[in-house]
Design a protein around this ligand. Structure first.
Ligand code: GLC
Length: 797
C-alpha cells in the first residue's frame, strides 16, 4: 500500500537562483524565483543573522532566547555584486551568498574560510503537521573541533557525534544518552586557530550532526519553524561565547549566599528532621547557607501549600532557620493537582490558564500529585498570575529561593514522558502547538517564577534554580544537571557538563553532588565534593532512596575532607563573586575548559577533565577510586601547586601526586587570590582584613576583586568596589599596583598579604613609594597593610 506521505513526499527541496535583493536598514533580503527569501541581518561586525523562509514572506519575528538589550545597530550595510555571488563586507568578516542557490561562505579578512555551506539551506515539507523540516549542511574544515550545546553527557569535543535538543526528564541518564533536560542549540567551531559560533534559534526538536553521518560534514536541522541562525565570529573562543551571552542575555548578580554551600535531599521532613540536619552542620562546623525542601513539604504535592503535620508553622521554622544562617529554598513544580478544593487549581480554572489539547479539553497528565493540569507559561497573563502566587511563600513565610523541577515538562506513565504534541500554547500571542513550545516551557516557567520571587524578595535579590532550560534561560535562573547517578562515570560526566553549560551561556550550574540516584561510597562522595566546590552552583542532593548523603553519613575522614573543601569554597567567595561579576558584565564563562584558555595549543582541543576556575585557578578532579595522583595536562604558562606552592611550567602533561584530601589545583603565577576567613554562612562574621595570596611571577599579571553589599541593588547605583591589581615581578623586586573603581566601602580596612614564591629575601617594603618599618629578621612573607594604597613594592636582595 502506498501511504499518503509516500505519495506526497518530494524529497529535499532547495532554494533556486536569486532574482533580486532589497535593503532594510541593517538587513538585506535576497529573493529567489521559488519563494525562498534569505534575510541577512548584520547585528555587529562579527555577528550576522541568517533567516530563511520558503513561503515568499516572513512570519512575525519572535524569540524567547534573544535578550532585548543585546548590543546591535549596524548602519553601513552594503552589498557588492560579483558574477557568481553577492558580497557583504564588515570590518571583521566577508560573507558571500551564491546567486545560483543561496549558498553561504564566510571568510575572515585574509580570505581564510571560516564556515562554508555544503548543501546549505534546504528543507522537506512536513505533510503531517504543516511547515517544513528545515536543514542546513556545512563543510567541516581540516581539524575542526566542536563545543557547546548545554548539558550533553558526553566528551567536551563534540566532533563525531550527533546530538538532539528536546527537553526530556531523563532519570538516571547514562553517558552519551540523548536528549537531556535542556536545549541549547548553540555550538562553537574551531579550526585553524579561529573560532566561530552558530546559534540556531529554533525551539522545535532539533539535531546537530558534527561529522558523524559524513566525516567532513556538519549539519543541523529542526522539525519545524524557520531556518534561523546567528553566525558569530571570534576568532577567539572567548569572543564567541561573550557575544552569544550578550545576545541571549546575562543574569543579575545572585545574593552572595547563593554561592555558598547548599544541602538538599528528597526529602527532609518533618521540621525536626530539617532542624537536625541544619544543627549538625553547625555542630560539625561545615559551612552551609541553604537548606532545601523537596516535594514532601507540600500538602499532597499541591504547589503553594504546606503539609501542616510535618510543618505546623512554616513561618516560625523559616525564621528560626534564618537565625542560624540558613536560607530556605522550596521546590515548585508545574503540575497543578486537579482538585476542586485547591485554590491554585480553582483560580487557574476560573481564569482559563491551563494548557489545552487541540480539540479543547485541558491537557491532563500524571505527576507527583496524581492527575494534574499545567499552566501555559507561554501566556504573559499566566506568567503574571504565577509570579503573584509566590507572595505568601516569600513575603510572609520568608522563603529565600525557589527550585523549579519537572518543567521539561515531565509527565509520568506516558511513553513520550511529556505533553502530547497537539497541546496548544499562546507563545506570547504566536499561537502554536507543543512541538514548538516544548523546549521553552521550562524556561517560561522559570521566568515567571523569577519575576515572582524577585517581586516579593525586593529589595533583596532572588534565587531560582531550574532543571529545564532553553538558550537565554540564564537571564532568570541558575540550573542543575538533573537526576545523575552515584557512579565514577557520572562524576566524569558532571565535570564536563558543568564546563559545557558555562561555555553555553549558563554558568550558574552544578550537579547533584554525590549523585542523585543510588548511594556513593565515602570515597566517591569525597571526590565529588572536591570537584563540586569549584562549580558555580554547589549543592549536595540525593533521592534518599538509597541512604543518607549528608557529610556525616560517611566516616570521619570524609567529614574532615568535606569540611576542608567547603571551607576552601568559603575562603574563595570573593574570588567566586568576582568570577560572577565578570560573567554578568561581560558574559565570560565562570569555568573555562582548556580549549578556551589556550585555543592555539592543539593539546587542549580534546581535553575533558582539566578546567580553569575563574581566570587563574586550574583544577583537575580525581575521577577514579584508589588514586594516589593522576596524569593531567597543565596548559601553557607558569603555575604554582596550590597545596605545596611548588612552581611548574605548563605546556605539558604531568603526573601530580595527590593525597585523599587533595585534588590537583594550581594557581597561575602572578595571580592575586582574594580570600575571606572561613564562615559557617555568608555574613556570619565581620572581619577587618581581606587576605590576598600573591603568587610571584617574573613578568606581569592582572587580577581583579569585585565587592559590594552581597545582596540588594545598591551596586547598580555605583556602590560597588572593583579592584584591579597588576603584579610586576623582577629578579629583585615585586611591584603591586592597585586601581580602585566604585563607591562601595568594604567593611574591612586592611589587606593581609601572603607572598608566595618570592625568589629573594625581603629587605625592604615601600607603600606608595614610602619605605615602611618592619623587622627583616623575623619577616615571614606576610604583611598587613591598610587597604588604601596605590602601589606596593617588595624589595629583595
Ligand atoms: C526529580 C528531580 C529531583 C527531585 C525529585 C523529587 O527527580 O530531578 O531533584 O528531588 O524530582 O521532587
Amino acid at each position: 500500500m502506498i501511504t499518503n506521505t509516500e505519495l506526497e513526499y518530494k524529497g529535499d527541496l532547495y532554494p533556486s537562483k536569486i532574482v533580486s535583493f532589497e535593503y532594510e536598514v541593517d538587513s538585506v533580503n535576497f529573493y529567489t524565483d521559488n519563494k525562498v527569501i534569505l534575510r541577512v541581518t548584520i547585528l555587529r561586525d562579527s555577528l550576522l543573522r541568517f533567516r530563511f523562509t520558503t513561503k515568499g514572506y516572513f512570519s512575525k519575528d519572535f524569540s524567547y532566547a534573544i535578550d532585548k538589550s543585546h548590543s546591535h545597530g549596524y548602519n553601513h550595510l552594503a552589498v557588492k555584486e560579483e558574477t557568481e555571488y553577492y558580497e557583504i563586507l564588515t570590518s571583521k568578516i566577508k560573507c558571500h551568498i551564491k546567486k545560483s542557490d543561496l549558498r553561504i561562505t564566510i571568510y575572515d579578512l585574509n580570505d581564510t574560510i571560516i564556515l562554508q555551506d555544503e548543501l546549505g539551506f534546504h528543507w522537506e515539507e512536513n505533510y503531517e503537521f504543516g511547515g517544513n523540516i528545515v536543514k542546513t549542511t556545512k563543510h567541516a574544515q581540516e581539524g575542526e573541533c566542536y563545543y557547546g550545546l548545554g548539558d550533553k553527557a558526553t566528551q567536551m569535543n563534540l566532533k563525531g557525534k550527533r546530538l538532539e535538543n528536546f527537553a526530556t526528564d531523563q532519570y538516571a541518564y547514562q553517558k552519551d544518552q540523548e536528549p537531556l533536560y535542556k536545549s541549547v542549540p548553540f555550538y562553537i567551531g574551531l579550526h585553524n586557530k579561529q573560532a566561530y559560533g552558530i546559534f540556531f534559534d529554533n525551539t522545535f526538536r532539533s539535531f546537530f550532526d558534527f561529522c558523524q553521518e559524513r566525516r567532513n560534514i556538519t549539519s543541523f536541522w529542526a522539525e519545524g519553524g524557520e531556518m534561523n541562525y546567528y553566525f558569530i565570529y571570534g576568532p577567539e573562543v572567548k569572543e564567541v561565547i561573550t557575544t552569544y551571552t550578550d545576545l541571549t542575555g546575562k543574569p543579575e548578580l545572585p545574593p552572595l549566599w547563593a554561592l555558598g554551600y547548599h544541602q538538599c535531599k528528597w526529602s527532609y521532613y518533618p521540621e525536626s528532621k530539617v532542624k537536625e540536619i541544619t544543627s549538625k552542620f553547625r555542630e560539625l562546623k561545615i559551612p552551609c547557607d541553604a537548606i532545601y525542601l523537596d516535594i514532601d513539604y507540600m500538602d499532597g504535592f499541591r504547589c503553594f501549600t504546606w503539609n501542616k503535620d510535618y510543618f505546623p508553622d512554616p513561618k516560625r521554622m523559616v525564621a528560626e532557620l534564618t537565625e542560624e544562617g540558613f536560607k530556605t529554598v522550596v521546590i515548585i513544580d508545574p503540575g497543578i493537582k486537579i482538585d476542586p478544593n485547591y485554590w491554585v487549581y480553582n483560580e487557574a480554572l476560573e481564569k482559563d490558564y491551563f494548557c489545552k489539547r487541540a480539540d479543547g479539553p485541558y491537557m491532563k497528565g500524571k505527576v507527583w500529585p496524581g492527575e494534574c493540569n499545567f499552566p501555559d507559561y507561554t501566556n504573559p497573563e499566566v506568567r503574571q498570575w504565577w509570579a503573584g502566587l509566590f507572595k505568601e511563600l516569600i513575603s510572609e513565610i520568608g522563603v529565600k529561593g525557589v527550585w523549579n523541577d519537572m518543567n521539561e515538562p515531565a509527565v509520568m506513565e506516558v511513553p513520550n514522558k511529556t505533553f502530547p504534541m497537539d497541546v496548544r500554547h499562546s507563545y506570547d500571542g504566536n499561537f502554536c502547538s507543543h512541538r514548538k513550545a516544548h523546549n521553552i516551557y521550562g524556561m517560561q516557567m522559570a521566568r515567571a517564577t523569577y519575576h515572582g520571587v524577585k517581586k516579593f524578595s525586593y529589595p533583596k535579590r532572588p534565587f531560582v534554580i531550574t532543571r529545564s532550560a532553553y538558550s537565554g534561560t540564564q537571564r532568570y535562573t541558575s540550573s542543575w544537571t538533573g537526576d545523575n547517578v552515584a557512579t565514577w562515570e557520572h562524576l566524569w560526566i558532571a565535570n564536563i557538563q558543568v564546563q559545557r553549560m558555562c561555555i553555553s551561556g549558563m554558568s550558574f550550574t552544578g550537579s547533584d553532588i554525590g549523585g542523585f540516584a543510588e548511594q556513593p561510597t565515602g570515597e566517591l562522595y569525597t571526590r565529588w565534593i572536591q570537584l563540586g566546590v569549584f562549580h558555580p552552583f554547589c549543592r549536595t542532593h540525593s533521592s534518599g532512596d538509597h541512604g543518607n548523603q549528608e557529610p556525616w553519613a560517611f566516616d570521619e575522614e570524609v567529614i574532615d575532607i568535606t569540611r576542608k573543601f567547603i571551607n576552601l569554597r568559603y575562603q574563595l567567595l570573593p574570588y567566586l563573586y568576582t568570577m560572577f561579576w565578570q560573567y554578568i558584565e561581560d558574559g565570560v564563562p565562570m569555568l573555562k575548559p582548556l580549549v578556551y584558555f589556550d585555543q592555539d595549543d592543539i593539546q587542549t582541543h580534546y581535553r575533558n577533565d582539566e578546567f580553569i576556575f575563574g581566570n587563574q585557578i586550574l583544577v583537575c578532579p580525581i575521577l577514579e577510586p584508589n588514586a594516589v595522583g593522576r596524569r593531567m595536562y597543565v596548559p601553557r604558562g607558569n603555575w604554582y601547586n596550590y597545596w605545596t606552592n611548588e612552581y611548574i611550567a605548563g605546556g605539558k602533561e604531568v603526573w601530580v601526586d595527590t593525597k585523599y584530601d587533595e585534588i590537583p589545583v594550581f594557581v597561575k603565577a602572578g595571580a592575586i587570590i582574594p580570600k575571606y576567613p572561613i564562615q559557617q554562612y555568608v555574613g556570619e562574621i565581620e572581619f577587618d582584613e581581606l587576605t590576598l595570596d600573591i603568587y610571584y611571577f617574573e613578568g606581569k599579571e592582572k587580577s581583579q576583586v569585585y565587592e559590594d553589599a552581597h545582596d540588594g541593588y545598591d551596586h547598580r547605583k555605583g556602590r560597588f568596589s572593583y579592584l584591579s591589581f597588576q603584579t610586576t615581578g623582577r629578579p629583585k623586586d615585586l611591584i603591586i599596583q592597585l586601581h580602585k573603581e566604585g563607591k562601595f566601602e568594604t567593611p574591612y580596612t586592611k589587606y593581609r598579604i601572603n607572598l608566595i614564591g618570592l625568589p629573594f629575601k625581603v629587605t625592604g617594603i615601600e607603600i606608595d613609594n614610602a619605605p615602611t618599618v618592619f623587622d627583616v629578621s623575623t619577616f615571614e612573607n606576610v604583611l598587613i597593610i591598610p587597604k588604601e594604597f596605590n602601589s606596593l613594592r617588595i624589595i629583595g636582595e
